[in-house]
Design a protein around this ligand. Sequence first.
Ligand SMILES: CC(C)(COP(=O)(O)OP(=O)(O)OC[C@H]1O[C@@H](n2cnc3c(N)ncnc32)[C@H](O)[C@@H]1OP(=O)(O)O)[C@@H](O)C(=O)NCCC(=O)NCCS
Length: 170
Amino acid sequence: MPKIQKPGVADVPLMKALLDDAAARGYVLSRESHEIYENLRDFLICRPPSGGVAGMVALHIDGADLAEVRSLVVSTAWRGQGIGVMLVRAAVDEARELGIRRVYALTRIPDFFVKLGFVVIDRMDLPSKVFKDCSRCPMLPQCDETALIIETGLAPKTAAVGKALKGETA
Ligand SMILES: CC(C)(COP(=O)(O)OP(=O)(O)OC[C@H]1O[C@@H](n2cnc3c(N)ncnc32)[C@H](O)[C@@H]1OP(=O)(O)O)[C@@H](O)C(=O)NCCC(=O)NCCS
């Protein structure tokens, strides 16, 4: 069973390749290697039993009360097996453990996040500083991202979701 864990520096080339591939398709913003190294502690990865990186996500803290789930990518070979859900749940768990009350996402796949308990909000309700990365986004002139948010206190924990995915009672 793949495990969600913190990455090490040796994982960065594979993480960069995952992000580059998804960024080329317009799913996420690209990140330079140095940005991944500098923010490595933001990331969680999914480690398959065979090694490597099956997926990744970042929890980026914006302030005392708010963090963003971003850079969510699951390798095409591993999609459809619940890894995306596990990664986002683990990031929300981490926010809760850090005492952060709300986690948001800016995304073109709002339905994925709605299934996880996020609710759609008006992007303009987010503090303006969260849009600082937008200047480097190729979609800036016609942004079609939806903003969603979840209260970490209301989100089920990863362990419970893992059981639910396996058909066990939480
Ligand atoms: C989105 C992504 C991370 C999902 O990863 P995954 O491991 O395949 O997702 P899961 O297996 O955990 O899927 C869980 C549920 O989400 C749904 N889902 C998966 N991808 C989806 C998508 N693109 N849009 C809407 N729902 C999606 C699945 O159908 C599944 O629903 P179900 O339980 O009702 O069957 C993966 O498809 C990916 O890397 N996409 C490219 C990058 C991207 O779009 N990132 C998001 C940026 S915000």
